[in-house]
Design a protein around this ligand. Sequence first.
Ligand code: ZN
Length: 324
Amino acid sequence: MSGFAPENDDRQRVRDASDIVAVVGEHLSLKAKGREYVGLCPFHDDRNPSMCVIPAKQIFHCFVCGAGGDVFTFIQKYHSMGFREALEYLAQRGNIELTPFKKFGVGGNDGEGSYQRNQMGKREVMAANETAQSFFKAIISHPEHGSAARKIIEERGISQEMVERFGIGASPDRWDGLLMTAEKNGMSISALMGAGLIKERDTGGYYDALRNRLIFPITDQIGRVIAFGGRKINEEDEPKYLNSPETALFRKSTTLYGINHAARAIKRERTAVVVEGYTDVIACHQAGVEHVVGTLGTALTSGHATVLRRLCDTVVLLFDGDHA
Ligand code: ZN
């Protein structure tokens, strides 16, 4: 069909720029074996390297679970993405500009195929998180609204470089800060509710879920914001930490804070260090120890272990002991 010609061209250009060994190697540790590479398969509970990557054919294949395909299949399966999303991710990675495609963001029209409709929940939450992240970042540099949050950062000895690397933000001391920003930007309330950032009052109307907090964006392995953690600014507020609820994008039991900044070092060191809190992770990275990730106030789950086992052999737990 001629209507798909630009996309086919994009697909080829992106494929040419996305060597499968390099792309898979960014997600799991690969070892050369003759003309091929082997690693632990991320698609089943693999103990012995069963996944084979074949550079000559630009494909991967698992001998145990049968998973296999090209570089797009790998990204789609690994990140639970649709084809278009995987194409965009690999294009961004390879600095390739795609042929403009009809936007299917928040409030998009119908008639754009079933893929877009299926992805609507995730895309809406992702868009809401992006809006919120811009807002929280703007607040932390605001002379008045960000001053209390900046004071905590200073007391904790967190450098400006880390504030930027980890995208730390703040929410203002009012119940409608994000709400008003969203309205101004034409973002739908339902998207923000889907992201758990806006809640509905029993008496009608809406309010910000994270009010007056230091905000730590939580990302997936490729750096997309999937949730937020908020630390209280006022002593009298409870609880001390408040996370986004689980959403179409966010599963607490498989998410590790800082994984996007730590994955490379974890593979290099063949070891992951797991700590408890956001600020513990940031302090380690600031000290130049980058193979460190954090759980989100939980014990290490089997989901976390699965994510880490793909990257390294050894996991060191550094927990205070005052929680679990
Ligand atoms: Zn497998």
